[in-house]
Design a protein around this ligand. Structure first.
Ligand code: NAP
Length: 271
């Protein structure tokens, strides 16, 4: 990844779990730390060569891309200090969950390029998923530049409908936790059948990792792959019959995503 067109300057407002993962990946991919300023109240160091400040600079240089990475409820306070520093050319990417683009436009009226992003944690190893949304006010070249910035983080998906952000968050944002649970359950099921716990844990993790990589490379979808490896009357088919009975697994996951999505909607209403 040597030909990435990095922003001239990157200003991170907040650098905790999520923004910290994004920055770590960008630095791994060759972003010059001298182009980065991180604002965090604790002033805690972030990475070699990255300047950390605990208060806003007097100005942001031309060509700055801002990443909003603090908690969503802090947006009004942050905007009161940050918006006066943002000009027409400032590009703003927000990872604030549940904060619609129109609210962001209200907070940063001068900036034309405003993008809402929903990353997930594996962005730190370049295997994340980031949903993106913007409106017609964002110029095409800014949209392309932000796509290029997000690309080293893994899969980037532009959404046509901002109304689907809670659905996306339920699937890919919360998805890593659901998969961690699945891996753990696969291991514990092996243990229940009598395998040593440590061996079952290693085998479950490696099975999920290998199967996901294989599915990512295959021309068939994972549904077809499952059927292809299950011979009639064999062991795999017998196991699949349990997962497939009454769409048991599909219904379980639909219920799981629905619960997560509904919680996102309740939080957006202040619940
Ligand atoms: N975690 C996820 O999986 C995930 C996924 C998608 C989106 N998000 C979004 O990412 C954002 C951050 O979540 P997180 O889990 O990374 O939270 P976090 O670890 O608590 O990080 C919050 C960051 O904000 C900084 N901060 C606190 N007060 C601030 C202020 N007044 N002005 C500027 N910065 C301030 C903190 O500074 P210190 O470091 O000095 O404490 C910290 O760096 C949220 O908006 C969330 O919706 C998170």
């Amino acid at each position: 990844m040597t030909d990435i067109k990095w922003p001239d300057h990157l200003f991170l407002v907040g650098c905790g779990n999520m923004a910290g993962q994004m920055l770590a990946r960008w630095l791994d991919c060759g972003l010059d730390p001298a182009r980065v300023i991180v604002l965090r109240p604790s002033g805690k160091p972030v990475a070699e060569g990255v300047r950390v400040v605990s208060d806003y600079p007097a100005a942001l240089p031309a060509g700055t891309t801002v990443l909003l990475g603090m908690k969503p409820y802090q947006i009004a306070d942050v905007a009161a200090s940050l918006a006066p520093l943002c000009g027409e050319e400032t590009r703003i990417v927000s990872i604030l969950a549940g904060t619609p683009l129109n609210d962001l436009r209200g907070h940063f009226p001068a900036a034309r390029a405003l993008v809402r992003a929903m990353p997930n944690l594996p962005v730190g190893i370049g295997q994340g998923v980031t949903a993106l949304y913007t409106d017609a006010a964002t110029p095409d070249e800014a949209r392309a530049a932000i796509t290029a910035l997000i690309a080293p983080l893994g899969l980037a998906e532009w959404m046509a409908d901002e109304g689907q952000f809670n659905e996306v968050t339920a699937l890919s944002g919360c998805g890593p936790a659901f998969l961690f649970r699945f891996i753990d359950a696969l291991a514990r099921a092996g243990e229940a059948l009598g395998l040593p716990a440590d061996q079952a844990a290693r085998m479950a993790l490696a099975t999920v990792e290998g199967s996901a990589s294989m599915a990512a490379r295959a021309s068939d979808g994972p549904g077809a792959l499952a059927d292809r490896v299950a011979s009639p009357g064999g062991m795999t088919r017998e196991g699949l019959n349990v997962l497939d009975a009454d769409d048991r697994l599909l219904r379980l996951l639909t219920d799981t995503l629905t619960a997560a999505r509904d919680r996102g909607e309740a939080m957006a209403r202040g619940g």
